[in-house]
Write a protein that binds this ligand. Structure first.
Ligand SMILES: [Zn+2]
Length: 477
């Protein structure tokens, strides 16, 4: 037997003994339905994001999530086989494919996002990043990360060594002996760190000296570049404008190019305002849904009744309706998703550092292909490419003032960001339902439906194409 198999046997025995101690009848149902798989992937990605990459632990988490009532209950002995089969199916069909490691090139080429994650891992979750300054360029980049742990700010230096898949983190001003090292891996679009020894791979002395010079220079100056990156209070993001085609993009006065001239060329302000609006829309939607499920339907006040009606209109059921595989009332998980969007966009709270990249429109664009993410189709406001983490691509229509009735451009842009964030966080992919029509509540998987709900509940109009896209989904299958 391999080590892996022995571990599996032990794991299953534990599981069986827990299950054997309990006393409930149940239906033997080993089939892993599409709904269970979808829910399982959600649970697995939460686990991985939290750093759990042991396949048995992730499988257990999914198993108990799908079967919360089995905890502490007894199963008939003939259930053993079915349980074992289901557990193994979960592991083989959901967990193993998700735990397959991916290339880290996306993270490695994004020093600010990477450095933020590494610094926060080093200090623990309560750390709050307030400032990131790049001090050396890729591939062996370095960043100074200012972090506040509640007891005043500390500045850490984070240095990457992609050849060794190693990152060094330590006090920016201390001797190099105070550095800690972490091996990193990329799993399901997340960075996972593991403590490691800093053996024999310290930076070359010359490089170190060079870095020190550079650091001294940075410390004593008030660089234009720094001021620009951190001029935005509270929210931090990157606005990049790579691959702008001639004649389709114009330079903004703030030196970033935009797909279209907007607000006198002040792209960063427009985007910052749109992010603030996306956070507001998402939090308001979450607040309202939570209020509507806090009491029994017949005890709802006028506002909660209206919330429930809108929820029903969009998602086809009452927010209190239990969705068995979501582990509770539908509204609870919908609100949780809205909350996660606000959380991730808010730099003070979120774990990510969103990157916004402008792209020009091209009639023959095929951006569903990751290699073709260099362009928008003329009808796009924005798009997201599965597998390109923490990134939203913005198109000319995002920037253009559209002056729609009942939907100010600020809120239209906020709604677009909210929609794209759902793709980033939950893979609520516009195209993923095609061919996967067995999902019992398809609208809960459509990012357009969430956007429609968030705008409506804030008394705003919804773009027709958003309504059409959501309506195209059946209420239930
Ligand atoms: Zn979409």
């Amino acid at each position: 037997m391999f080590k892996g198999e022995i571990e599996l046997e032990a794991e299953l025995e534990d599981l069986m003994s827990i299950l054997a101690e309990s006393e409930t009848e149940f239906e033997i149902e080993a089939e892993l339905t599409p709904a269970k798989r979808t829910r399982g992937r959600e649970v697995a990605s939460d686990q991985i994001r939290a750093g759990v990459t042991d396949e048995n632990k992730v499988t257990d988490a999914i198993f108990y999530d799908l079967h919360p009532t089995w905890k502490d209950k007894r199963l008939p002995s003939n259930a053993a086989r079915a349980i074992k089969d289901e557990w193994i199916q979960i592991r083989n069909l959901i967990v193993r494919p998700m735990l397959q490691e991916m290339a880290c090139s996306g993270w490695e080429s994004d020093p600010e996002s990477f450095a933020k994650r590494a610094a926060e891992h080093h200090l623990g979750v309560s750390a709050r990043t307030t400032r990131i300054v790049r001090t050396a360029n890729p591939p062996n980049w370095a960043c100074n990360v200012s972090v506040d742990r509640g007891d005043g700010p500390v500045v850490l230096t984070v240095q990457l060594s992609p050849a060794e898949k190693l990152v060094r983190v330590g006090p920016a001003s201390g001797p190099s002996g105070q550095m800690m090292c972490y091996k990193y891996r990329c799993v399901a679009a997340n960075l996972v760190f593991e403590s490691s020894v800093c053996s024999g791979s310290a930076p070359q002395p010359e490089l170190e000296a060079e870095l020190e010079d550079l650091m001294a220079l940075l410390a004593s100056s008030d660089l234009q570049a720094e001021a620009e990156v951190f001029a935005v209070p509270r929210l931090v993001f990157d606005l990049q404008c790579a691959a702008c085609a001639d004649g389709q993009c114009v330079a903004c006065q703030d030196q970033h190019c935009a797909a279209c001239p907007v607000a006198r060329g002040d792209c960063r302000t427009v985007l910052n305002d749109a992010i603030g609006e996306a956070i507001r829309l998402a939090n308001n939607a979450a607040d309202r849904v939570e209020a509507a499920i806090r009491v029994r339907a017949e005890l709802r006040d006028g506002q909660a009744q209206r919330t429930a009606q809108l929820f029903h209109l969009v998602f086809c059921h009452d927010p209190l309706e239990t969705v068995p595989w979501a582990g509770g009332p539908s509204g609870a998980s919908v609100a949780q998703r809205f909350r996660a969007v606000a959380h991730e966009l808010d730099f003070n709270q979120g774990q990510r550092r969103m990157r916004f990249i402008c792209r020009p429109a091209r009639v023959d664009c095929r951006q569903a292909d990751p290699a073709e993410s260099t362009c928008c189709t003329p009808n796009d406001n924005a798009f997201t490419v599965p597998g390109i983490h923490s990134t939203i691509f913005l198109c000319p229509l995002f920037w253009t003032d559209q002056n729609l009735e009942g939907l100010p451009d600020l809120s239209r842009r906020g709604g677009t960001i909210l929609h794209e964030m759902l793709h980033n966080l939950y893979d609520l992919d516009d195209s993923m339902l095609t061919g996967r029509l067995n999902i019992p509540t398809p609208r809960r998987f459509d990012a357009h439906c969430y956007k429609a709900f968030a705008l409506w509940i804030s008394d705003l109009s919804v773009e027709q194409f958003v309504l059409d896209a959501c309506n195209q989904r059946a209420c239930a299958v």
